[in-house]
Design a binder for this molecule. Structure first.
Ligand code: C2E
Ligand code: MG
Ligand code: MG
Ligand code: MG
Length: 285
């Protein structure tokens, strides 16, 4: 009796595992198709200058318009893509689409100084990144200093030397490199000091407790001081309240990005931002 129950549970567990696995493989197959059949889209989240409140740049964030499941956030598919070879194709698509969008906006008289795109550590091991960056910029006539690549400390887990060489090569062209999710990784200070980056993005993990928790304030201040003393441009992400934005401004953060200013927007929503339209007027007049 007991034995039978055990088998039953095992069978049930196995069935659930099977389901999870087949759902995963289905999603992976769908994703493979998504890349070629134009189901990926980019949303753009404004990054605001902390001193004058002007929008200087935006982060491009990928979404997947799945034919049956609707609009999927990167949390649903980026890890899956990273476990397969698909992240490379997605990464290239994202970079090319962001450059194409910059060029379209420019033609419409809408000027955004810079766009940032997220780059997965796997894109840094193939050795193809530099060529793809060159091609994306050249094909769309975008100047290198208008593109920023966001990388995380996890690039140091694999072949760190190869990854840093790739970043150095991209950087020599004038493309900016940002360290994303800064403060959540495990790099030593001496490693951080050597990373070829221009920008440090303070993770939301610190920002979200600002105004509630004194230790969050102390840690955020320390992170910003460290970044500044290394000569880096600083961006804080995830401020949702006016108080958090005020505190970050007081702490001397250079740029801010968070729901308090704007959620990530579709290109059409982005174009309707009064700030963006203002930039267009200025460039025409
Ligand atoms: P990330 O690069 O750190 O991007 C910031 C994430 O924080 C975005 O989530 C953004 O919507 C969210 N965020 C911004 N401000 C706030 C706020 O005030 N409150 C809250 N609660 N969240 C805020 P999203 O778009 O879901 O992206 C999640 C992650 O997926 C990104 O984190 C990035 O690691 C990854 N990702 C997104 N697009 C790409 C891509 O094109 N390529 C790769 N490799 N990864 C991407
Ligand atoms: Mg990012
Ligand atoms: Mg981030
Ligand atoms: Mg993050």
């Amino acid at each position: 009796q007991a034995k039978q129950g055990g088998r039953g549970r095992h069978a049930l567990f196995a069935a659930t595992m099977d389901e999870a696995l087949s759902e995963r493989s289905r999603l992976l197959a769908d994703l493979r198709r998504a890349v070629v059949s134009d189901e990926l889209v980019l949303h753009y989240q404004p990054r605001v200058d902390a001193r004058d409140g002007c929008m200087r740049s935006a982060e491009a964030l990928v979404r997947w318009q799945h034919p049956e499941l609707g609009l999927l956030s990167p949390a649903r598919f980026i890890a899956l893509a990273e476990e397969s070879d698909l992240i490379e194709a997605i990464g290239i698509w994202v970079m090319r689409e962001a450059c194409a969008q910059m060029a379209r906006w420019q033609r419409q008289g809408l000027v955004l100084e810079r766009v940032s795109v997220n780059v997965s550590p796997r894109q840094l091991v193939s050795g193809r990144l530099v060529g793809e960056v060159d091609r994306a910029l050249a094909d769309h006539g975008v100047a290198p200093d208008r593109l920023e690549l966001e990388v995380t400390e996890s690039l140091l887990v694999g072949d760190a030397k190869q990854a840093c060489e790739q970043l150095e090569a991209v950087r020599r062209r004038g493309v900016l490199i940002a360290l994303d999710d800064f403060g959540t990784g495990y790099s030593s200070l001496s490693t951080l000091r050597q990373l070829p980056v221009d920008v440090m993005k303070v993770d939301r993990a610190f920002v979200k407790d600002l105004g509630q928790d004194d230790s969050a304030l102390a840690v955020t201040r320390t992170i910003l001081t460290l970044a500044r003393s290394l000569g880096k441009h600083t961006v804080a992400e995830g401020m949702e309240t006016a108080e958090q934005a005020d505190l970050l401004r007081e702490l001397g953060c250079d740029e801010m990005q968070g729901f308090f200013f704007s959620r990530p927007l579709t290109p059409a929503q982005f174009e309707a931002l009064p700030q963006f339209a203002g930039a267009a007027l200025a460039s025409i007049g």
